[in-house]
Ligand binder design. Sequence first.
Ligand code: HH2
Length: 257
Amino acid sequence: MGVVNVTPDSFSDGGRFLDPTAAIAHAYQLIEEGADLVDVGAESSRPGAAVVTVHEELRRLLPVLQGLRDATVPVSVDTIKPEVMRAALAEGASMINAINALRAPGALAAVAGADAAVCLMHMHGTPDSMQQHPRYDDVVAEVKAFLQERVRAARDAGIAPERIAIDPGFGFGKTLEHNLELLRHLRAFDALGAPLLAGWSRKSSLGKLTGKPAGDRLAASIAAALIAAQNGARILRVHDVAATRDALSVLAAVEKT
Ligand code: HH2
């Protein structure tokens, strides 16, 4: 899954693809590099990011979705707002990347009413406050129980099981240790019976491990992506598609023999 941030303030690439033409070109570039799907987001979820209105989010998003109508891969939209979900699905999006796990009133119905996929992600708190002393007794068990409950809610709302992916939400209300613990025990999520998405690309935990800024975290991002893949992740959300593809082709060759 290649990341396209149509935002002025994303932690990883803020402002580079705010212009729709640049965002569309970037999405096609990621597809060219081998992305199986692209994830378009118009509101940053980094800690302390500015809240964006529905109007502004759609103003950023819709021209990009229109420009991706002929894309050869499915387009996912990263949002927490039901109104944005509905408009994005009407504009041809195939998947909602629900970083709030469809907890906003009306979000379950917005997705259930369309024939689209959804990724249910765990987030502890809200982007505003999530990194202020996140605490768990057992992070793996708690994230798993949360996702189990959200998968059940999605199914109860009429979303077929084969449309649902899950994501432990690396960096969303988690310390470096929490993120590492989840990565170590990713196989625990197999029991939920849904494909697992992992997003480690350029994240601040990698900055803590390497001492490098977001733009210099490629090698660390690839290492984390490979570990996630080895531990069962089926979808890797990454900014650097070509390099991640190369790394995955080595893993695939080793796993084949
Ligand atoms: N991470 C980010 C955004 N959306 N969605 C899922 N499902 N999983 C993730 O780990 C995830 C996500 C944060 O990365 P980025 O989009 O680069 O930054 P920002 O939120 O600042 O736009």
